[in-house]
Design a protein around this ligand. Sequence first.
Ligand code: COI
Length: 316
Amino acid sequence: MKIAVYSCREDEIALFEKYGKEYGVELSISPLPPTPETARLAEGCFAVDIITTPVGRDLIDIWRGFGIKAIATRTVGYEHVDYKYAESLGISVSNVSYTPHTVAEYTVMTMLMAIRKMKAILTRYIGQDFSLKDIRGKELCNMTVGVIGTGKIGETVIKNLSGFGCRVLAYDVYEKDSVKQYAQYCPLNTLYHEADLITLHTPATDETCGMINKNTIASMKDGVIIINMARGVLIDTAALIEALESGKVAAAALDVVDGESAIYYKDFKYRPVGHHEMAILQAMPNVLMTPHTAFFTDEAVGDMVRYSIEHCVKNV
Ligand code: COI
């Protein structure tokens, strides 16, 4: 019973060794991402364990030739895997569910940072500018927060917010009773009209791609704050930039951005990134950008490794 582990980071190695032993599987661990060139790493394995690299038909065909029965992605989102194709060939595809607190706590942190203008405060401090001009913030307790998507992460954000005393509106196609004691479900349009701060916790699907666009932004309150810890494709980045430049959107916190996949988790210190919209956003004092790190805690990484191995073992 052998699993090929792709894109293994140094901080994951000890966890793979620990859980590999616990589940009684042998592991072939590599730092390389899964590509047709690295497909051979999976020869002799029954499953592959991947992270964010896109996996398309060409790679799936090669793995199928090696007898791969399961693809486990150690992420919540799985839109990077052509899972319909894999499943049509009898290869199971699984994602993991890790502690929702990691992203939920990060979300609340960035909400507070956005409304307290923390990027400007910290940047100015580095230049020894201790003045108060233009950094006066607002209090969360007086705001209406709109939470789009009430899966595990959205629900945990809502529960975390309950201590702040803000009004919370929620939208999801599936309404949960457990959310109703903390938030009021409403139609998406109402949420757009009434929220001072909107946070996205919905997966990337055909329906949600580009949901924050010129038209939906126009229907929001002037000075709205947008938080995206979910997927970059949910937002039409050009429309967001335009709205930030006009002041329609007062601030944003973005842990994700459309087109990030070839960039995030790499070091571009001495070379151009080549993502112009990212550069424009990063230059704005009211936009907090982080490189898709909301998930990154000891607890969540442990869950990702553990449950990805468990899924491989259970799905075969
Ligand atoms: C996910 O689990 O879906 C994430 O967004 C985190 C991942 C990119 C490591």
